[in-house]
Design a protein around this ligand. Structure first.
Ligand SMILES: C[S@@+](CC[C@H](N)C(=O)[O-])C[C@H]1O[C@@H](n2cnc3c(N)ncnc32)[C@H](O)[C@@H]1O
Length: 186
């Protein structure tokens, strides 16, 4: 059996809660690997796909050109979820973040503490009861290290009556390994 890495676990969790007609958000589309994974779980569902980079969205569109999921491509920051999704508050089954910069792309274009925290707060309102938010965090670069600290501090403030927060992290690896935060709304 191969190791279950944090990204693998996020996919296993999403697989366990999503049904084919559900609605979900890919908050950081990038090259569309998560987008593609979500579309296969939601053949009759709807996916809101956010990225601030047109190039990333174009690559992702190409990756999912044969899927049946309804996809709303949104070239904007996930900090602006509410502008697009306020009418759907409480209806979203899952929100997926893969933070940081596009691998092989411009490392200066990265998720940031301010926009990530704003987005997560808005996202928790959008999730339905039992809905899941997965956040892959990459603390091996400077803004990622700041996101790690800010997200952990923020998650500790969330009431356990409203949301369960879990962290899946290697404790015996060097070089600030990536880790998963999983938030499930009650
Ligand atoms: C690590 S990559 C995502 C990888 C992607 N999930 C995949 O499967 O290929 C991070 C992405 O987040 C995007 N991004 C950065 N800041 C953002 C923001 N405020 N809102 C939405 N996307 C953002 C970047 O443009 C980049 O494409």
């Amino acid at each position: 059996m191969s190791t279950i890495r944090p990204l693998d676990l996020s996919h296993l969790l999403l697989q366990s809660i999503l049904s084919e007609k559900d609605w979900a958000i890919d908050a950081t589309v990038g090259r569309g690997y998560d987008t593609s994974f979500l579309c296969h779980l939601l053949p009759k569902g709807r996916l809101f796909a956010f990225d601030i980079q047109k190039d990333a969205l174009d690559q992702a569109k190409d990756r999912v050109k044969n899927v049946s999921t309804t996809i709303d491509w949104i070239e904007d920051s996930h900090a602006n979820f509410s502008s697009y999704l306020a009418p759907y508050e409480g209806q979203i089954a899952a929100i997926v973040y893969n933070l940081g910069y596009l691998p092989g792309g411009d490392k200066a274009i990265t998720t940031t503490v301010a926009s990530t925290l704003e987005s997560v707060a808005q996202g928790l309102h959008l999730l339905r009861s039992g809905g899941l938010m997965t956040i892959m965090v990459y603390p091996g670069h400077p803004e990622g290290a700041r996101e790690k600290d800010a997200l952990i501090s923020y998650c500790r403030t969330l009431s356990q009556d409203k949301v369960d927060v879990y962290c899946y992290q290697a404790l015996n690896q060097m070089n600030q390994p990536a880790f998963l935060l999983a938030l499930q709304k009650k």
